[in-house]
Design a protein around this ligand. Sequence first.
Ligand SMILES: [Zn+2]
Length: 407
Amino acid sequence: MPSMRQSYTEMRRKGSMSGSVLVSTFVGLLINQAKNSKSAQGLVGLRNLGNTCFMNSILQCLSNTHNLRDYCLHNSHRRDLNNNSRTNTALMEEFAKLIQTIWSSSSSEAVSPSEFKTQIQRYAPRFVGYNQQDAQEFLRFLLDGLHNEVNRVTVRPRGTVEDFDHLPDEEKGKKMWSKYLEREDSKIVDLFVGQLKSSLTCSHCGFCSTVFDPFWDLSLPIAKKGYGEVSLMDCMRLFTKEDVLDGDEKPTCYRCKARRRCTKKFTIQKFPKILVLHLKRFSEARRTSKLSTFVNFPMKDLDLREFASENSINAVYNLYAVSNHSGTTMGGHYTAYCRNPSSGEWYTFNDSRVTPMSSSQVRSSDAYVLFYELASSSRIHSSSSSSSSSSPSPLSFSRMVGRPMAL
Ligand SMILES: [Zn+2]
């Protein structure tokens, strides 16, 4: 099969149809072909360039994020790059090129991500060299870098201090999200960013204040229950558990005008389409120890409604990819388990090797970063809501930068 780019130029030369129609038609054919052929597309390994398994693991998880994959295959990122007339477009270009190579390759030979690596190093110099890195930190840098290049906002408005405190929480959340989108608005935000609500309640007068913050992933502490396994829900409950702020941490209550003992609690105000859950296996200060606790997570129907700020919100997720870390902090290795978006089958991506696996093997004590997709936005249901994919999400909120956590 010829590469996408060649076919695209060829069709353009001959064709009278507009380029974008041709591209989507061609990609439609490509995807259908992949679906129908016995050997599914996207099963291409990535060469290890010297301790780059952390990068390969994350790249394979993103390659199997079908919305992001299609954004690259349909060349939609081009439109966003052009609209912004930016000087820095190389990271997104190289990322899309890599995804296109993975999904149009007719051979099963591993691909070298070296050009992509050069670009991510330009964006985040900390990934220069050949040290083993943290896959979750890498994911954050990568998504941030891609977002900056395809941000639909070219001129960020000056930060204005607006007071939404008089509004009911739901309204306030929406206003804050709109304010966020005025600055940060991209395909990456459409997919990965959600909104957290933190509520502080004064133990003296009962006054409650709320703060809304966007999140790109959730870092979950691993619940400890003596010996044996814990569930992902245990970790979610620990993450959202009511915390007491006392002693030096006491915030100032707006109503009491004094520092008071307060309780703080997280709820999820807006659930993202793609929910990335990071299991905090490594100690924070220095990566000196690793928890290898088996965290039992559901493959289907992860129901997070009990963590929602509002009732009757859609918050059921299905797993489609896992970044695994095996070994210790001293010497470890990353792999990825991904569900092929076309065939629905699971595969192990171990650098250049790709092998089929049983879905019963996906859950292990190596699981480190989990990728879940909101059930309503999954492929099965996407045909009914596909028109919304090109426009920004109608749900809207934003973040207050540097706002003190005071009542
Ligand atoms: Zn008070």
